[in-house]
Design a protein around this ligand. Structure first.
Ligand code: NAD
Length: 367
């Protein structure tokens, strides 16, 4: 088994470097206890890279990412760079090229709400007394957002029409289904595939491919299908009926945001974007980042919630380094810390809040 974990650290802007420092401490602790070494280098990205090198994704940063097995990403952007032309702004000029360069086709977002944080959710507490624990997996590089042709054209009758193309190949469906299966195997072994097979031809293919794939390759996983309109309602009505929910790009864009809001605080939400190619260890190359942004309103104050970044690091251990055991250790330590009442301001709800440092120490103390 590989004893060195090689990854690239891109802290970014705002609270990014503050929470990244803590996530690295947590990684150091959990991996050294397991006899592993970390091999990482840190590089500018986003606004910090625009300031230091004139580009949100400098060639040297991209090169470092290519040489690694995973990317641990903070967040990018902030008021300082908001007046740049849209294509040069940190998020668009750093994250989109990274997604494209590494064909990051699978976005994995855990929807996690501990019962102690029910106040963070807009759902009624009695609907989710045990909190929420689901995962949403979104296809990220195909479907209507990228399908060609796209066009706007003037018609002979004086009207105007616009066109987007929704297109999926069997191979694209199979690779996202594999990610859903892998996620389900580390959890409750239940997968819900979301489509619109009563209307869309792409969904008819999606449903057929997914049905055959799970029957042949993962008979131990319980698969069911749901139309996207129903899935949106069911998420708000009873989210825990899902274990792993997976779907195409546009449906996933909408459902994963709905899931984010019902789970409450941005400071707790992590994500993984997995690549089409395996890393040197035979696991998916991936980019791991919090769901939230750079939180300019609290940056520099030492009060940001580091949990989303720490949980993103846990996802990196699970998916890119094949260490589900270590990921679970981190997840358990974060959960126990929050449940014991150690909380940053965003999840304190009127109780005493602690600094990023104190939160970090409490989590480290539980590892
Ligand atoms: P945001 O997520 O940065 O902040 C929204 C609210 O959530 C703020 O009140 C903030 O304080 C709070 N929050 C977010 N993360 C937190 C944490 N870890 N701990 C405590 N509170 C937290 O969203 P925004 O204000 O819309 O965007 C700010 C900047 O971040 C913008 O420049 C935006 O473009 C960028 N952004 C980047 C990414 C990314 O890098 N992937 C994602 C979203 C936004």
């Amino acid at each position: 088994m590989e004893d060195t974990l090689k990854f690239t650290v891109l802290p970014g802007d705002g609270i990014g470097p503050e929470v990244m420092a803590v996530a690295l401490e947590v990684l150091e602790k959990v991996t050294s206890d397991a006899g592993l070494k970390l091999d990482y280098s840190t590089h500018d990205v986003g606004g910090a890279a625009i300031d230091s090198q004139g580009s949100a994704l400098p060639a040297s940063t991209l090169k470092a990412c290519e040489a690694a097995d995973a990317i641990l990403f903070g967040s990018v952007g902030g008021p300082k760079w908001e007046n740049l032309p849209p294509a040069e702004q940190p998020e668009r000029a750093a994250l989109l090229p990274l997604r494209k360069h590494f064909t990051l086709f699978a976005n994995v977002r855990p929807g996690l709400l501990y019962p102690e944080l029910l106040d963070a959710s807009p759902l009624k507490a009695e609907r989710i007394p045990e909190g929420i624990d689901i995962v949403c997996i979104r296809e990220l590089t195909g479907g209507i957002y990228f399908g060609q042709p796209k066009a706007t054209r003037d018609l002979p009758d004086g009207d105007i029409e616009a066109l987007d193309t929704m297109i999926y190949r069997k191979s694209e469906i199979l690779r996202i289904a594999e990610v859903a299966a892998q996620a389900a195997l580390t959890r409750g072994k239940r997968v819900t595939s979301v489509d619109k097979a009563n209307v869309l031809t792409t969904s008819v293919l999606w449903r057929k491919v997914v049905t055959e794939f799970f029957a042949e390759k993962y008979p131990e996983i319980t698969l069911n299908h749901m139309y996207v309109d129903n899935a949106a309602m069911q998420l708000a009505r009873s989210p825990n009926q899902f274990d792993v929910l997976f779907t195409e790009n546009m449906f996933g864009d909408i459902l994963s945001d709905e899931m984010g809001i019902i789970c409450g605080s941005l400071g707790m939400l992590c994500s993984a974007s997995l690549g089409a190619h395996n890393n040197r260890l035979g696991h998916p190359f991936g980019l791991y980042e919090p769901a939230g942004g750079t939180a300019p309103d609290i940056a520099g104050q030492g009060i940001a919630n580091p949990c989303a970044q720490i949980l993103s690091a846990a996802l990196m251990l699970r998916y890119s380094f094949g260490r589900d055991d270590l990921a679970k250790q981190i997840e358990a330590a974060v959960k126990a810390t929050v449940q014991a009442g150690t909380r940053t301001g965003d999840i304190a709800f009127g109780t005493d809040s602690v600094s990023t440092r104190a939160m970090a120490d409490a989590i480290l103390g539980r590892l």
